[in-house]
Design a protein around this ligand. Structure first.
Ligand code: NZQ
Ligand code: ZN
Length: 385
């Protein structure tokens, strides 16, 4: 196991009764900017439920954060905070609203153009405090310090992060999934599943506990998937889903182990070019990345085959191949298409474009061994068309 430091100060307030606990978490003198997305919270009652809890606080609002939040929209919220002297942000939404809030919280106190934060990979030294009300289990953004921001003028989608960007608290009420369309539940399952794989399917390093926690999250997601997709709302299933998504990307399974993240980096390009939902880009890329980097990953793939997909132990190569097949079978089971052509007719030429973009960013060696070359990235995308 590698040496590590683990810091995670986010308070998770979990359960169907958690909305009622929000006012205790916000400083009494807070001048709040409540941030939300395109309006789902008005239809499903979450807006009213939260506003009721904020009675007595000074609250302004900023709506319209889009899926894959853009710098162009977020900088307007930064202006509102500065102009009206606000001092606390409350994000009410999914990963996009929470990520957008992290960018805003960093941007408000940043001197200069806030796009430089993701563009130059700046780890900000200060940020405005914020809390979140999670409405879509998927990204883990409610308990981590990362964000992914899109610049629609330049067509870039870039990550950022800083220890100052952990939410102060996150309200995780599993009942929010009642209003989610099936496509978003599929996305949540696959995003969380892929987060685990990015931190688990690398090479063995003797981190038995991290491996078994990862396998537990994967097995829990597999177990609850048919119920989540086919049965009416059930608080037990919803809670297991929500908590699995949070635990998949809150830092815990990442500590002391090598991590990959190349599937995410390639996937972000597919979102930037074709507006394919984040999780869907991951399903497209991951199996082919495993095929191209098979030698690097076969031990952990074989371990996953045995421990997660219950495949009888045989030769490592055969087991590893079966793990990739099982992953694709899982996508099929949940009816998630996993080819670029399932989402766009404009795929031709994208593999070369992504390769060139990665070269221009000097991303010459990705993955846990820093050996996924731009040529291999091109091959992976080509295989995913
Ligand atoms: O905008 P509204 O109207 O609220 O609708 C949203 C949006 O259209 C809707 N929605 C959210 N909660 C709902 C709901 N609809 C009905 N009922 C509810 N309770 O769902 C749609 C998608 O929302 P979004 O927030 O975009 O989805 P998600 O949570 O999957 O977030 C995706 C973003 O997170 C980034 C992705 O790149 C993408 O930009 N990620 C962030 C990560 C992080 N911070 O750690 C890691 C991830 O790997 C990922 O990259
Ligand atoms: Zn993700």
């Amino acid at each position: 196991m590698n040496s590590f430091e683990w810091y995670n100060p986010t308070k998770i307030i979990f359960g169907e009764d958690s909305f009622e606990k929000i006012s205790k978490e916000i400083p009494k003198n807070a001048r709040i900017l409540m941030i939300y997305g395109g309006g789902s919270i008005f239809k499903n009652g979450i807006y009213d439920a939260i506003k009721k809890q904020l009675d007595g606080f000074y609250v302004e609002e900023f709506g319209g954060i889009e899926p894959n939040p853009t710098y162009q929209t977020l900088k307007k919220a930064i202006e509102q905070i500065k102009t009206n002297d606000l001092n606390f942000i409350l994000a009410v939404g999914g990963g996009s609203v929470i990520d957008g809030t992290k960018f805003i919280s960093a941007g408000v106190l940043f001197e200069g153009d806030s796009w430089e934060i993701p563009k130059k990979g700046i780890r900000v030294e200060k940020a405005m405090p914020f809390g979140t009300v999670l409405t879509l289990p998927a990204t883990g953004s409610e308990m981590n310090s990362g964000a992914v921001i899109t610049n629609k003028e330049t067509g870039e989608k870039l990550g950022m992060g800083s220890p100052h960007l952990f939410p102060k608290f996150s309200i995780c009420n599993p009942s929010v999934i009642k209003s989610l369309p099936k496509t978003q539940i599929q996305n949540g399952i696959i995003d969380a599943f892929t987060h685990v794989l990015e931190q688990y399917v690398t090479f063995p390093i003797g981190a038995s506990l991290q491996d078994r926690i990862s396998e537990s999250i994967l097995k829990t997601l597999i177990e609850i998937t048919p119920k989540l997709l086919n049965e009416p709302y059930n608080v037990t299933t919803a809670s297991n889903f929500m908590y699995s998504c949070t635990m998949a990307l809150n830092g815990q399974i990442q500590k002391g182990v090598p991590t990959d993240w190349a599937t995410h980096m390639i996937g972000h390009e597919l979102t930037a070019h074709f507006n394919i939902d984040h999780a869907r880009t991951l399903a497209i890329i991951m199996p082919n990345l495993y095929r191209v980097k098979f030698e690097n990953k076969k031990e952990k793939l074989a371990q996953m085959a045995e421990r997660v997909f219950n495949i009888e132990k045989t030769d490592t190569n055969i087991m590893a191949e079966k793990a990739i097949e099982s992953l694709e079978a899982f996508y099929k089971e949940i009816e998630m298409p996993y080819k670029i052509s399932d989402y766009t007719k404009e795929g031709k030429g994208i593999s070369e474009k992504i390769k060139e973009t990665f070269i221009s960013r000097n991303w010459l060696g990705l993955g846990e061994r820093k050996d996924i070359s731009p040529d291999e990235v091109e091959k992976i995308v080509e295989m995913s068309l």
